[in-house]
Design a protein around this ligand. Sequence first.
Ligand SMILES: Nc1nc2c(ncn2[C@@H]2O[C@H](COP(=O)(O)OP(=O)(O)OP(=O)(O)O)[C@@H](O)[C@H]2O)c(=O)[nH]1
Length: 492
Amino acid sequence: MKIHKKTWLALLWLLGITLVVLHGTNEIIEFSKGKAKSTLDLNHNLQVFSEITEHKSREVIKRIELSSRLLAKQTDLINLMKRREAPSDAELSDYSQLLKSTHSQISVITTIEGEILYRSSKNFSLIQNNSLSHRPLFNRTNRQGFAWDIYYDIASEQPSLLSSILVKEGDHPVGQIVIAHDITWFPLLKIRNTELLLVNKHYLAGFHFLTNTTEKVRLELTNTELFKTPSGKPLKNLEAFQPDKILKLSPNREFNIPYYQLDGAIHEKALLSEAPISDRWSLLFMIPIDQEIDILYKEISETLTNMLLILVVCAVLHKFIAYHFRIRELTFTDELTKLNNRQHYNLFVPPRLHLHDREKIQHFGLMIIDVDKFKSVNDTYGHAIGDLVLKALAEHLKAYCRESDLVYRFGGEEFVIITEGDNLEQLEAFANRLRELASQIEIIKEHIPEGITISIGISLRQPKEPLTELFKRTDNFLYKAKQNGRNRVEVG
Ligand SMILES: Nc1nc2c(ncn2[C@@H]2O[C@H](COP(=O)(O)OP(=O)(O)OP(=O)(O)O)[C@@H](O)[C@H]2O)c(=O)[nH]1
């Protein structure tokens, strides 16, 4: 079963969403952040989107311009011929150049398939020559004959004309033969047949012209007597058509139809009319058409749909991830200091103990920090200044800790730091530096001239020691620091 690429895209995003929802781990969140930066960059996507659209639109405009020029040229030539004037070589060469400049890569028609626009009693319809539901127009292996594609509708006793023939290469329409009655023979011989059969890029204009011409042809030919056979019998099932041969006919030659099928029998050299072609068929020409503009429009609309889909998904994911990060922030962050909170500690610290147990980490340290006499700070300077102290101290701790350290506000005026790799001496020295510097924090001293002091308890985790035990032991050292006069560090 072929899965559409949009479905893949949707599945991929769905997988992403599921991963983020199911595993709110750091890694996934960091990964999502990275993704958010690249693929979810709305501005970038919008820019790409507008560039594609602009590029495609420019192409369409260019093709429409060329198309109008070609159409104008064709109309000029037709008008010339209507006045029974021969176009000059220069004009023909212009036309030829224009065709050349507009044709696509296909340079030689290798196969010509017929597809026919024919009029039954009321409607015009398209018959594909390779369609099973219709008989082939052109039977290569058994060439029964070729003829103008004239169909006599016996039921209605009305002659019908296969008024135009679409020439295709594969599935690609490359030209359209239009038979018109009232104008002189288009001097196609001067323009190489292959050029006429080439794809040009002007489907819209070509089609417009074609439809008008076809309708005109239809109206004119319906009223003629052209469709009677010499014997006066109606023609029936004239099937085959060879555009290249028709193009080789010259205006001065008889319009000679070698074969046609009449009532199932093959009649050789039967003519539609004894009259020379110039009297009977005044115009036969091929209008190269191409659906490229149509295809471009389709491409644009597909691009639009795809890009819009991506943008919608991006927008939804943006919101989703933004909410996700916000919820995560609210869950794991202390609102006042923006440090990690106790929930974060409960969730993310225990897994780290495994590393210590497996001796992947040599030292696992815990530090509990408490602001001394914080109650009196609040009482003396007010709660707002108390908050300011907590925020400033949090920044101070964050600034002096390593990236790998985990810094927590544990509640109230109590902070916790988890360290890895430092021995007790190193931790004590670090804690003392923190303590000394805390008393000099500028912003605090602006409000509290004497500054603040902190007390710190430190422990290193013993092998296999539960986190709660470690915390209790460290808290005892903090208590000891308080007992021993505050503004000091106690280790154990
Ligand atoms: N401004 C402010 N104060 C807080 C906050 N959380 C807790 N507190 C206050 O912090 C004070 C803690 O006081 P205590 O536990 O008595 O301890 P202390 O005054 O620091 O004394 P020692 O710890 O013994 O040095 C209380 O007055 C709480 O109201 C907060 O978020 N903002």
